[in-house]
Write a protein of this length. Structure first.
Length: 80
């Protein structure tokens, strides 16, 4: 025996499948979902790109700072 909720879902699905308005709404909903997915993907990729650039800048600044510290330490050792 099939539960009543299952048969009512099936009948609703049959009505939806035969309805052009329901089909349009479904396509619109799918389109909105895909737009949201695309926006989220772009946001994630943009964040990764910005993070990469900031890391490269930080690495360059760290390298410059290490060189500066090394040069000052060498100069201090030569003076003493």
């Amino acid at each position: 025996m099939v539960p009543p909720s299952r048969t009512s879902k099936d009948s609703v699905l049959q009505n939806v499948q035969n309805s052009p308005i329901a089909e349009q709404r479904l396509q619109h909903t799918q389109s909105l979902f895909m737009q949201s997915v695309n926006v989220a993907s772009i946001a994630i990729l943009s964040t990764l790109g910005v993070t990469y650039v900031l890391d490269k800048i930080k690495d360059r600044q760290d390298k410059n700072l290490r060189e500066e510290i090394k040069d000052r330490l060498d100069a201090t050792l030569r003076d003493s």
